[in-house]
Structures are given as C-alpha cells and as structure tokens.
Design a protein around this ligand. Structure first.
Ligand code: ADP
Length: 418
C-alpha cells in the first residue's frame, strides 16, 4: 500500500514537473516566434514582394525556420523552408488561415515514403495590411522537434528513475519490515509453544482430579456432610469445565502447528444433527428453550464427523446459552447451488440477546467475548467460535454471522460437497 502510494505520488510529481516545464518552454518559443514575425513584417519584400515564388529570402537559414508569404488569393509569393519535402504539408496547414493579430499554432507533420519521419513545428501567422489593403499573410515557423524529443527523453529518464527508486524503496521496506517483525514473530512462537506446553502439562493433573472426584462421588458420599457434598458437586463441575478448556486449548495449539489432522469419512449429516440436538435437548428443558431441527433430509457428507459434531455443539450451545428462557433455537441445513458447485448450507438461528454490529468481526477471534461477565458466568472462555471457524475453514468452507441486539443471531456455514 505504501509503495503504491509512493508510485502514485511520484507519477503526479513527474507529470506536474513535465507540464510546468513544457508550458514555460512553449511560452518562450511562442514569444520568440511572435517577435520574429513582427520583425519580418517590416521587411520590404513582404510589403512589396520582389522574390519569385519559392525563392530563398533573408530570414533564413539556420536550418530550423520556415518563412512563407501567401497572397490574399492563396498564391505563394515567398516560400522558404530547409526541407523541400515539407512545402505541400505546410501549404495544406496554412491555407485559409489568415489571422488579423499574431496567432501561434503547434503542428506535427509526418512525411517520407513510409511516413516514417516526424517533425514538430510552431507556426506563427499574421495578416499583412498595407495602406488599408490586405496584401496577404505571413507565416514564420520554427522546427521544435529537438525540444519535443528532449521532453520525451526527460519523461523516459524520470520514469526510469521512478521505477528504480520505487524498487529500492520496496527492497529497503521489506528488509526493515522483516527486522521489525523478528521479535514479534519470536514472541508469537513462544506464546504458541507456551500454549501447547501449558495445556499438555495441565491435562494429566486435571484428569486425575476429575476421576478422583468421580470416585468420591460414587463411593462414600453418604458419609459426607451436606456442605461437603455440595462442595463435591461444585468441584466436579469446575474440574469438568477445566478439562474441556484444556482440551480446547490443546486443539488450538495443534491447529497452530498444523499437527491436528482431519479424519475424512462419508456420514449421514441428518443422523449427526439429530444426535447433537437430542443431547442438548437432554440438558435443556423445552419449557426453557425450544430447540428444533428443521430438516429431516438424509444427506451424505464427506468430512471429519467428530469435528462436525463439535462444530454443531459449539453453535447450538452458544445459541442456547445466549437465549433467554422462552426463546427458540433452530438448526437447519439444505443444499445450495453456487457457480456450478453444490454447497451444504447449515444455519443456526436463535431468538436470543444478539450482538452489536461492531462485535461481529471479532467474535471468531480467540478469547474474544462480548460480555465477559455473562460469558464467564455461563462457563464461556471465548474459544468456541475460534475452534468453529477453524473446523469450517479446514473443510474449505465459510462461516458468517448476522445478528440484531435483542432480536437474535443467525450463524450460517457453507461447506463444499466433495
Ligand atoms: P464463549 O465461550 O464465550 O461462548 P465463543 O467463542 O463461543 O466463546 O463466543 C464468543 C462470544 O460471541 C461470546 O462470548 C458471546 O459474547 C458471543 N456469542 C456467540 N454466540 C452468540 C449467540 N448465539 N448470541 C449472542 N452472542 C453470541
């Protein structure tokens, strides 16, 4: 982006410089021609032409000027040019042009047997009046091809320098960016390693804790005071969510290092959806939230069954969690044709609290929670949607969200059918 802006800026700078310079040079040349024309007007041969048609006359001949005098009826009285090939072209150009005050024109001629030669002229014209009678028109021209080619060279050199300069700027920019990024990349890698190591180290003690608590619950529970058995239930809940958190963190760490494989197989999407909906219904009383699966269409899908199940769990759990009692959560899926490819489209819609638009971009980021207090209360960690996004993208799909605060949210997933 910076390089692009630099190129645009330099291009404007070059165009501006060339335009101003050519304007100055053009004006200077114009003034010179006007002065020369005025000077020639005084020459007696103009007022009383003596030379024969086509004869050389006093103005010349430095090899760059032309000098023509045409009578009122168009007859050539004086015609002087350094290259005879130009005469018919010049005559064509000036025919019928007889300005009262001096005017200057810029003209380009191409000539030669294959029109391979090009010449650039500034031609000044002025009507000659003597004793109130129009005698004819005087034309003085100057070959400005050397200026034309000078400007072309200047443009080419400036553009060449622009490319060189931009190339150097991009090169230096890359080196500086790489240098500046080094500590950031290093700390990012350290963070990833820490995530992997910490979740791995935590996993064993938490599973021991969890199984220990389960054993206590099954065994001598009746000997515990009511306070202790309440505490045991709380501890079990905490151990369970800690174990889930560690599992999620480990999954993220593995996706970072690319060590999380997908196990592809063909399965019936309806059975999977039905199973997930049923298991969430088991822990969510219908009086609280009405959870429905709309489609009953059997559909063979090729993907990682476990990960797809996890995806549906994450989305449906969120929908249930962020919907007040009496609300509705709906899971639906259908096939959609898009540019000759068929996609499986899954939607999870709720009538819950919804989200403000500014959060929608960020909710798929790790540890991002819209309302930290509410999310923490319901056991949220801000990892669920990051995992959901990874699962969808690992299946070459897309996930989108639409939400209106106080009305509800819809998560839509598009997965290609392979
Ligand atoms: P969490 O574990 O906090 O639910 P997620 O990554 O699953 O983490 O979601 C990130 C945040 O997105 C949540 O904290 C919540 O604020 C918001 N969110 C997710 N799903 C919904 C939903 N269906 N309705 C409203 N907000 C939602």
């Amino acid at each position: 982006m910076n390089s692009f802006m630099l190129i645009v800026f330099l291009l404007f700078f070059i165009m501006g410089t060339i335009s101003v310079m050519s304007y100055i040079v053009y004006n200077e040349q114009k003034l010179e021609l006007e002065a020369l024309t005025e000077q020639e007007m005084d020459e007696s041969y103009v007022v009383e032409p003596q030379g024969k048609s086509g004869e050389n006359t006093p103005i010349n001949n430095q090899g760059i000027y032309i000098n023509y005098f045409l009578k009122k009826n168009g007859d050539l009285v004086v015609g002087d040019e350094f290259n005879p090939e130009l005469r018919s072209l010049i005559m064509d150009k000036v025919k019928g042009w007889s300005p009262e005050a001096i005017q200057v024109k810029y003209v380009t001629f191409t000539y030669g047997s294959h029109q391979e030669k090009e010449i650039h002229f500034l031609i000044a014209g002025k009507r000659v009046i003597d004793g109130g009678l129009v005698k004819g028109t005087l034309y003085i021209g100057k070959d400005v091809s050397y200026l034309w080619s000078m400007f072309q060279w200047l443009l080419a050199v400036l553009l060449g320098m622009l490319l060189l300069f931009v190339g150097i700027a991009i090169g230096i920019g890359q080196i500086m960016t790489r240098r500046a990024m080094k500590p950031i990349v290093h700390s990012y890698q350290l963070q990833r390693e820490f995530l992997a190591d910490a979740s791995h180290e935590l996993r064993t003690p938490i599973s021991i804790l969890k199984s220990g608590l389960e054993v206590m619950d099954m065994g001598e529970n009746h000997q515990l005071s009511s306070f202790s058995s309440d505490l045991l239930v709380d501890l079990q809940k905490e151990a369970k969510s800690a174990a889930k958190l560690v599992d999620d963190l480990m999954l993220l760490a593995r996706t970072d290092s690319g060590a999380q494989p997908l196990f592809y197989e063909t399965f019936d999407f309806f059975s999977l959806a039905e199973q997930v909906v049923r298991s969430i219904q088991n822990v969510t009383p219908p009086s609280q939230i009405q959870l429905n699966l709309l489609s009953d269409r059997s559909l063979h899908f090729y993907g990682d069954q476990e990960r797809m199940k996890q995806l549906l769990y994450i989305l449906l759990n969120n929908a249930v969690q962020y919907t007040q009692p009496g609300g509705k959560v709906t899971l639906d899926y259908f096939l959609e044709e898009e540019s000759q490819a068929t996609k499986l489209c899954i939607t999870v819609t709720d009538t819950g609290i919804g989200m403000e638009p500014e959060h929608l971009e960020s909710i798929f980021r790790r540890f991002y929670r819209v309302d930290k207090n509410r999310s923490r209360e319901s056991g949220g960690t801000g990892i669920g949607l990051a995992i959901a996004k990874w699962i969808v993208e690992a299946h070459q799909g897309d996930i989108e969200v639409e939400s209106t605060p106080g009305v509800g949210s819809t998560f839509t997933i598009y997965l290609p059918l392979t």
